[in-house]
Design a binder for this molecule. Structure first.
Ligand SMILES: [Zn+2]
Length: 263
């Protein structure tokens, strides 16, 4: 039985259909990850309506900064804070840095990330972190988070949709970040990512779909959904030389530990 530690919902999505296909494919729980007003509200709705099946995370992601909406970081942080007490909220996320499309907004992205890291620290909540073409800045901000962190070591958070190499994975694990692999690990040209996937220690390994993006082989080109999570697990089992059942057992236990998911 799997936990999809990172998927997105939008208002109006066919949650019932997606859920029943997920359950049919062995997914026992999903973490609906926020990042915008609409993703936050869809995640909160799913977690309050189906608490056994969904947990939620809430935040404002780097798109808010990229589109010029991060002018008032303290106000955005207060809006996140107001959502944290809703039922089923297990983390602050997703937050992070993405310099692929708009490196010129790096300062705004860092300010927004920094404000939400501080909020997570204050509340002892793990963070769900995105990083693309921003590895050095992401690592330095997460190291600062680690230095200031006063809560359970393993609750610092997760680097989702990991696409780095084995060295980067090692550095993240050293500061207490789980490493979550998405469908990208199944892509034909992802050899160096598979090398990293082979060496992440069991106790720091997670899996996700990042629905609706990044459908794994053999579903590439289609909208992704949690039912495809087993393809990620199969690929990890293959590169790590273990059974899919072992991957399920390890990653589900890790997801429960990180997010304090019960049941
Ligand atoms: Zn995401």
């Amino acid at each position: 039985m799997f936990v999809d530690t990172h998927m997105h919902l939008e208002p109006g999505d066919d949650v019932a259909g997606l859920s029943s296909r997920a359950i049919g494919a062995g997914v026992q729980h999903m973490v609906a990850v926020g990042g915008s007003d609409t993703m936050n509200s869809a995640a909160l709705a799913a977690a309050s309506e189906q608490p056994k099946l969904f947990s939620a995370t809430v935040a404002f992601d780097r798109h808010v900064a990229e589109t010029g909406g991060a002018g008032d970081v303290p106000a955005l942080v207060e809006r996140v804070r107001a959502m944290l007490d809703a039922p089923g909220v297990v983390a602050v996320g997703e937050i992070g840095l993405d310099y692929h499309y708009s490196p010129e907004t790096a300062n705004e992205q860092q300010a927004l990330l920094g404000g939400q890291l501080e909020l997570a620290r204050e509340r002892g909540l793990p963070v769900v972190v995105h990083s693309r073409e921003a590895e050095a800045d992401t690592l330095s901000m997460l190291r600062a988070q680690r230095r200031a962190w006063q809560h359970e070591y393993e609750r610092l958070g997760v680097l989702h949709c990991f696409t780095g190499n084995a060295d980067m994975a090692k550095e993240l694990v050293a500061i207490g970040l789980f490493i979550s692999f998405s469908g990208i690990v199944t892509f034909r040209n992802a050899d160096s990512l598979r090398e990293a996937a082979a060496v992440v220690p069991d106790e720091w390994l997670l899996i996700e779909t990042d629905t609706p993006y990044l459908a794994p082989v053999p579903h590439r080109g289609k909208p992704n959904e949690p039912a495809y999570l087993s393809e990620v697990a199969k690929c990890l089992a293959d590169v790590r030389g273990v059974s899919v059942e072992q991957i399920a057992e390890v990653t589900t236990a890790n997801a429960k530990r990180l997010f304090h998911i019960h049941g």
